[in-house]
Design a protein around this ligand. Structure first.
Ligand SMILES: [Zn+2]
Length: 97
């Protein structure tokens, strides 16, 4: 078995949560080049992160409370073995692939 650990889901979830927390905490937004992100930019990033989190959750669990020990776990949203391409895409986006 060389399938990636399902921990990839946890890793992405933690990364998204951390980024949301950072943005919501009003971390310094001044960029090294002197530019600063506007509130609209921050809001846009937050909306994108929330959308990514929704995708992650939709493609994470299959059936509530059911964990197959012998068969691959299939994502409920797309029916593909986990981690499915949607989650792998997020992992790549967040630098976790
Ligand atoms: Zn999927």
């Amino acid at each position: 078995m060389t399938a990636p650990s399902s921990d990839i889901h946890d890793g992405i979830f933690d990364e998204i949560k951390a980024r949301i927390s950072t943005l919501q905490a009003g971390a310094p937004t001044a960029a090294p080049d002197g530019g600063a992100r506007s509130q609209a930019d921050v809001d846009g990033e937050l909306a994108q992160l929330e959308a990514d989190k929704t995708v992650l959750l939709a493609h994470w669990r299959t059936q509530d409370g059911v964990v197959a020990t012998t068969a691959p776990v299939y994502a409920r949203a797309c029916g593909q073995p986990q981690p499915c391409p949607h989650v792998l895409g997020l992992a790549e986006k967040f630098g976790l692939a």
